[in-house]
Design a protein around this ligand. Structure first.
Ligand code: SF4
Length: 137
């Protein structure tokens, strides 16, 4: 008998198979307020847009060929950095892959502080802005 309390998981499109039709989101996931908001923004954008999907920036930094190939073939690359160090953008710049849209969370009215806690309001505000500017939704 099916357990009604367990929600079915939502499978994402396979990035490598479908890169050309996907807006790929790369977030630095830094261990501070701004990095964690960036991660939550990437999750919200992925879950609310059928053609948008997070991909593994660490794998691209490690120059895993599959992931570098995804970055090169993506319909659009949206890069989310926590702060002005721009680590995620620099990963792409180092391997000479151009991106379409860059976000720096600390320039969006959020202070970088040493915490993993963040405000859901900031996540909604920033992800809605990115959706309007970069995804046209
Ligand atoms: S961009 Fe800033 S928050 Fe993100 S990983 Fe780099 S130093 Fe950390």
């Amino acid at each position: 008998m099916e357990d009604a309390t367990v929600s079915p998981i939502r499978l994402l499109p396979y990035c490598h198979k479908e890169a050309e039709r996907l807006n790929i989101i790369l977030a630095c996931d830094g261990a501070a307020s701004v990095g964690q908001i960036g991660h939550a923004v990437a999750v919200r954008l992925t879950n609310s847009n059928e053609n948008a999907r997070m991909c593994c920036i660490t794998a691209i930094a490690a120059e895993i060929s599959t992931h570098v190939d995804i970055a090169r073939r993506a319909k659009k690359l949206i890069v989310i950095n926590g702060c002005a160090n721009r680590c995620a953008s620099k990963v792409l710049e180092r391997i000479q892959v151009p991106y379409h849209h860059e976000v720096i969370i600390s320039s969006e009215g959020v202070k970088k502080i040493p915490t993993l806690d963040f405000s859901e309001e900031d996540v909604i505000r920033i992800s809605d802005k990115i959706a309007a500017e970069a995804l046209g939704t």
